[in-house]
Design a protein around this ligand. Structure first.
Ligand code: AHR
Length: 515
């Protein structure tokens, strides 16, 4: 039996315990009593007006020689469609609380400029605005999630934005929308009421923000949205549990669909490490910060459970991912970093954490989609590459809207000095068509992990599988070698008498789906 050094228990069925000296990890799974569905929105993305995410990333303009549809790069659209991205959050981030949406509609030549004060101090021409974003979401077949401006905006401005995008009939805003070329409303369901209100969104105290939230939410009309719009409160940073406590206590739950949480896998804000030239110690510390997501979700959920035992208010992790120093020679305000096998480990492990907490976590947004932080896509002029994180997201899409199968195992440890982490992360689900999927991550930098998964009674006769692995943790894709890291078919497993056996190489991700 393993020694419990670190771990978690959710309900009665899910637990990860740390084992020592155990050669093969035995994993069991159950259908569980709850039938929790893993919301596809856990696989959401985030596109801020920051560096080269929108301008020079998604959006190159209609006159660009790069193939585009209404200014948006076709190759990016295709890559994101292949991921089945369920939602896209926009326009920030910190930028959201500086953004005045009416400056980004109407003929482009007449749009005023805006200085992006948070990110590099660059002047933007507002050529990518509400129509461009919502048309992009239609191209992607994804749900828009708009972050409203609370920090420097007004209640009227946000109420007008909702009416502009959603109202189907005669109204000042829907008439303006039609004048700008769009008769039918888009129907935007997801609305954030401010962003990081405790920081760049206004440095508010939670009690003050809770009141402001109530005021804004009151005037955001449900008209035009079947079932109403879905309102998201700007949530806590990391372990600021008091923030969640006050919001859950002071905001009536009938006007609150979700509370957000932001947590980045950053080693230390004053010493973040290079995105490609890092040591194993840096890697270990990054993994510690990534595993912390599990504890944060448990603790914030416990607070929410006290105020909302029925789980009506969702927890949304609308910013997460690895955060390192910018690539040498790039604008420090643009947050452009490379993406290595370390990022694949963050993605695989954190997505498993979200899956396993799917009862309360209903949405998450990786920061950010293109050219910023833990991006799934990097571009350089006409070139585009898919990062290791992209590949993990693509492999994991089998879990979208599938039913969670809680897993139980004593995790082997990955130790450095006095510190230990679970080396193995696992989640499992069954999709509507009956297929079972398992995603396993071995974060250990040098040791393989043997696993045995008891699938007796699960009616599984075979699997197809893929693996993402590489020789070095620092390996990544470049514009010269864009396919250096990509998933490969994985056949090195045995399914005999209802037991699945395999060995996970060091720092690898494996996803198996039953045939
Ligand atoms: O994602 C980058 C920034 O991180 C966002 O603008 C902000 O919300 C967070 O601090």
């Amino acid at each position: 039996m393993g020694i419990r050094k670190w771990g978690y228990t959710l309900g009665a069925t899910l637990s990860i315990l740390m084992a020592s000296g155990q050669e093969t990890t035995r994993i069991t799974l159950s259908d569980g009593p709850g039938k929790t569905v893993i919301s596809r929105h856990i696989y959401g993305h985030f596109a801020e007006h920051l560096g080269r995410c929108i301008y020079g990333g998604f959006y190159v303009g209609e006159q660009s020689p790069i193939p585009n549809t209404a200014g948006v790069r076709n190759d990016i659209v295709q890559a994101l469609r292949d991921l089945d991205i369920p939602n896209l959050r926009w326009p920030g981030g910190c930028f959201a609380d500086t953004y005045h949406w009416k400056d980004g509609i109407g003929p482009k030549a007449g749009r005023p400029t805006i200085v992006n004060t948070w990110w590099g101090g660059v002047t933007e021409d507002n050529s990518f605005g509400t129509h461009e974003f919502l048309n992009l979401c239609e191209l992607l077949e994804t749900e828009p999630y708009i972050s409203g401006n609370v920090g420097s905006g007004t209640v009227q401005e946000l109420a007008d934005w909702v009416q502009y995008t959603n109202f189907n009939g005669t109204s000042p805003m829907s008439d303006l929308r039609a004048k700008n070329g769009r008769e039918t409303p888009w129907g935007v369901k997801y609305w954030g009421i401010g962003n990081e209100a405790w920081g760049c969104g206004g440095h508010m105290r939670p009690e003050y923000y809770a009141d402001i939230y109530r005021q804004y939410a009151t005037f955001m009309s449900d008209a035009g949205m079947e079932g109403g719009i879905y309102k998201i409160a700007s949530g806590a940073s990391d372990a600021d549990y008091n923030w969640t406590e006050v919001l859950m206590r002071d905001i009536p739950h009938r006007m609150l669909n979700a509370v957000a949480l932001h947590h980045y896998s950053v080693i230390d804000w004053s010493a973040k490490s290079s995105s490609t030239r890092f040591t194993e110690t840096d890697y270990f510390k990054t993994m510690q910060k990534s595993w912390l997501m599990d504890e944060l979700i448990r603790e914030h959920s416990a607070i929410m459970d006290r105020y909302d035992p029925e789980g009506k208010v969702d927890l949304i992790v609308d910013e997460w991912g690895g955060w390192y120093d910018v690539v040498d020679g790039t604008n420090p305000g643009f947050l452009f970093q490379q993406n290595t096998m370390r990022d694949a480990m963050i993605a695989g492990m954190v997505l498993n954490i979200f899956n396993n907490h799917a009862r309360r976590v209903k949405m998450a947004n990786l920061a950010q989609t293109v050219n910023v932080l833990q991006a799934v896509i990097l571009t350089e002029e006409e070139k585009m590459l898919l990062t290791p994180t992209y590949h993990v997201m693509r492999m994991y899409k089998v879990h979208q809207d599938a039913t969670l199968l809680p897993v139980e195992f004593d995790a082997p440890s990955y130790s450095m000095g006095e510190e230990s982490l679970p080396a193995l992360s696992v989640s499992a689900s069954r999709s509507e068509n009956g297929a079972m999927s398992l995603s396993l991550v071995n974060i250990h930098a040098s040791e393989a992990q043997k696993v045995e998964i008891d699938l007796s009674g699960q009616g599984v006769s075979g699997f197809t599988a893929e693996i993402l692995s590489s020789d070095n943790l620092q390996d990544h894709n470049t514009f010269e070698d864009p396919e250096n890291i990509k998933p490969k078919a994985f056949t090195d497993f045995k399914l005999q008498n209802g037991v699945l056996r395999m060995e996970l190489p060091p720092f690898s991700v494996i996803v198996l789906t039953s045939e």
